[in-house]
Design a protein around this ligand. Structure first.
Ligand code: ZN
Length: 294
């Protein structure tokens, strides 16, 4: 059997764990060594901390992402742009970034790319890095089959390249509910949580800091007698994580607390990994544990 290859490209180091780590864990469970998994982030994450310097934050994010990727047996890489540099701060879709992404995807040659969704509701909130990563993947999808679209960085130029299928996950900021199938990740939930917990600089430090600015009551800190933040609370975070699963389900039409991840099939790239099969048939074959939207 041919080895399946699945690549996640998201903006930040914890985005994959929130939206698609359960899918990767289920793929590993199902295929064993017969699936190659890779996690790429576009942002180096350097600006996302309230105490550490940019360089220190970026170094920590990389170490955390590698530790998390090791749990599911995936490779991790922070995107290199066409000029060899990492993206310095905010993610923008310029030629340097798009060329890096084009090379990165052609190098790994995935069957599937898991991407953030392009948020389409003009009233929805967006995160600049998430939205530009989604748009970049959409822009690049067609160009992946064009051998001279960008200079080749790491390998001899390939004339023919099989464009992958692009799937999108949900986005916390956009809160849109566009999905075709869900994956029940209850059986791998503890490993998904272990992967999330690898991102201590976000889960325990940065996200509670941001939350407490935006929502003083909802912050996941233990509070002192005068309501001051003392330390991150694992118990409150776990409760918040369960609440998040339930909220996702409500958004997608289920009033239960099963841990699920949700994905939609795009028309950005190829529609099917198997010639002659529809998108849905080839997905049902490659991800046999998926549940289709009724
Ligand atoms: Zn993010």
């Amino acid at each position: 059997m041919k080895q399946l290859r699945v690549l996640s490209v998201m903006a930040h180091q914890d985005d994959f764990e929130f939206e698609a780590a359960g899918l990767f864990l289920r793929l590993r469970q199902h295929y064993g060594s017969n699936v190659a998994l890779k996690i790429v982030t576009t942002s180096c994450g350097g600006s996302g901390h309230h105490e550490m310097s940019f360089e220190e934050t970026a170094r920590r994010r990389e170490a955390e992402a590698k530790a998390s990727a090791a749990i599911v047996g995936a490779e991790y890489e922070n995107l290199r742009q066409l000029d060899g540099t990492h993206i310095p701060a905010q993610v923008f879709c310029d030629r340097n970034m798009l060329g890096g992404l084009w090379n990165c995807i052609r190098d790994f040659a995935p069957d599937y790319v898991i991407a953030p969704p392009v948020v389409t509701n003009p009233l929805a909130g967006i995160h600049i890095d998430h939205q530009h990563t989604a748009e970049a993947l959409r822009y690049i999808a067609y160009q992946l089959g064009v051998p001279n679209a960008y200079p080749t960085m790491n390998a001899p130029r390939q004339q023919r390249f099989r464009v992958p299928v692009f799937l999108v996950c949900l986005d916390t900021y956009g809160q849109e509910n566009i999905w075709d199938f869900s994956v029940n990740v209850d059986s791998v939930k503890e490993d998904k949580i272990r992967m999330l917990r690898c991102h201590a600089s976000q889960i325990e430090e940065w996200l509670p800091f941001v939350d407490s600015l935006n929502d003083p009551e909802g912050a996941i800190y233990e509070r002192g007698p005068n309501g001051e933040n003392i330390r991150w609370s694992e118990e409150r975070w776990r409760a918040e994580t369960e609440r998040r699963f339930h909220q996702r389900n409500l958004l997608c039409g289920f009033d239960d607390s099963i841990a699920r991840e949700y994905f939609a099939i795009t028309k950005w790239g190829t529609s099917s990994t198997t010639p002659g099969m529809t998108a849905r048939e080839s997905l049902a074959q490659d991800f046999p544990f998926s549940d289709w939207r009724q």
